[in-house]
Design a protein around this ligand. Structure first.
Ligand code: 8VK
Length: 112
């Protein structure tokens, strides 16, 4: 990640939606907070979301931010978006973290 800049990071419980059972499940092997970054690869002008569990650094999310992504701020601390495979949910530890992440996410999408 040396050629990628972290534009923001926040503390969130990273979830994915289990379409079969219609419920949110932890994105990693266990529930728990992760440090979730938005990285910018400046040369390629690409962006991605990468999150690692605070406890053991497990990578629980690593997904591209693609042009036209619809970022849904469902509640002040629960934000979500889809890719072609799954639905991601970030349950932030604070409204400030959520707002900072959302502002950077919306700027990234705008810049694609
Ligand atoms: C005590 C109850 O437990 C909870 O609080 C659970 C556990 C909480 C912590 C993890 C989490 C927190 C907050 C609330 C907030 C509401 N919410 C839901 O899930 C709602 C309710 C109904 C349910 C139905 C569908 C579902 C799931 C999959 C995606 N989706 C859509 O609607 C998408 C959204 C979207 C819109 C635009 C762009 C992108 C996308 Cl992704 N629409 C489409 C068109 O794709 C969704 O978000 N849904 C959360 C929730 O319940 N919980």
């Amino acid at each position: 990640m040396s050629n990628e800049l972290s534009l923001t990071s926040g503390r969130a419980n990273v979830m994915v939606y289990d379409d079969v059972n219609k419920k949110w499940v932890p994105a990693g092997t266990t529930n728990g907070f992760a440090k979730v970054h938005i990285y910018h690869h400046v040369v390629n002008n690409t962006y991605r979301v990468v999150g690692r569990k605070l406890q053991d650094q497990e990578v629980v999310i690593n997904c591209a931010i693609l042009k036209g992504l619809k970022y849904n701020q469902a509640t002040p601390t629960f934000h979500q978006w889809r890719d072609n495979k799954r639905v991601y949910g970030l349950s932030f530890s604070s409204v400030d973290d959520a707002n900072s992440f959302a502002n950077t996410m919306l700027r990234a999408i705008d810049n694609l």
